[in-house]
Design a protein. Structure first.
Length: 258
């Protein structure tokens, strides 16, 4: 049994050409845009209007906006599986076929992650590493290393430099081994499994008011196969109230769904 699914296209070649041209008009690339949409789906779960604003294409022609929305919807459907299948983090190998393209893609992912820094606060809780493991922490540091550096209060960039060193080590390994597009895509897919796991952990802390220090030193979570799909905030709440999930059982502090 394979760890991850084979990639299937999010769009037709003609639609990809339109998306590439639209991205270039904004001074971006399609790998960057693809990373942005994955990042939004994993972190913010925005509606289509927010996504169009983040990509800065509100003024594009309606047919272009429609293609972008359909493209994002395909990615969201892949990441939010609606059955017992494993989380599908497959990424188009052609969009990350070189380390340089992978950097573009990860820059897009980081761009989306940086829009909502609150979930990242979980990284700095004292016992987070013991709970979710060093690998997940390292993965999040790699992603964050693609965010523009923000000076600490004392003007130091020691944390940023550490993240850059981790990034350079990973990228250097891919380049040294002359990784194929499929190998790069597989590396990225494994990274996204960690990102998804971290956001699930962070959401639990935010939604249920959990304090990682209360878990004790012996408890450690391990990434597991997702059962069912994530509930996006703008979906009708499964409890049947008729409200959006984010306004009902998805509200921080709300009682968990039974």
């Amino acid at each position: 049994m394979k760890l991850l699914k084979e990639f299937t296209p999010h769009a037709t070649p003609q639609q990809l050409a339109t998306l590439t041209e639209a991205a270039q008009r904004q001074g971006r690339s399609l790998p960057f845009w693809d990373g942005v949409v994955y990042g939004l789906a994993l972190s913010l779960h925005p509606d289509s209007e927010v996504m169009l604003q983040v990509l800065e294409i509100e003024l594009e022609l309606p047919e272009v906006r429609e293609i972008v929305t359909e493209y994002a919807a395909s990615i969201w459907a892949r990441l939010n599986v609606d059955d017992q299948e494993q989380f599908d983090a497959s990424v188009d190998p052609q969009l990350v076929s070189t380390p340089a393209m992978l950097r573009e893609w990860l820059a897009g992912l980081a761009h989306a992650v940086a829009l909502d820094p609150q979930p990242l606060e979980a990284l700095y809780q004292p016992t987070t590493t013991k709970i979710i493991g060093e690998r997940v922490i390292s993965t999040m540091l790699i992603v964050m290393s693609f965010i523009k550096p923000i000076e600490d209060l004392d003007g130091e960039l020691s944390g940023w430099q550490e993240m850059q060193e981790i990034q350079q080590e990973v990228m250097g390994t891919l380049e040294m081994n002359q990784a194929t597009p499929e190998e790069i895509a597989e590396t990225l897919q494994l990274l996204l499994l960690d990102v998804d796991f971290f956001y699930g952990y962070s959401a639990a802390i935010q939604q249920f008011g959990l304090d990682s220090q209360l878990f004790g030193n012996n408890l450690k979570f391990e990434p597991i196969q997702r059962e069912g799909r994530k509930i996006r905030p703008n979906e009708p709440c499964p409890c049947g109230s008729g409200k959006k999930h984010k306004k009902c059982c998805g509200t921080p502090g709300a009682a968990p769904l039974l």
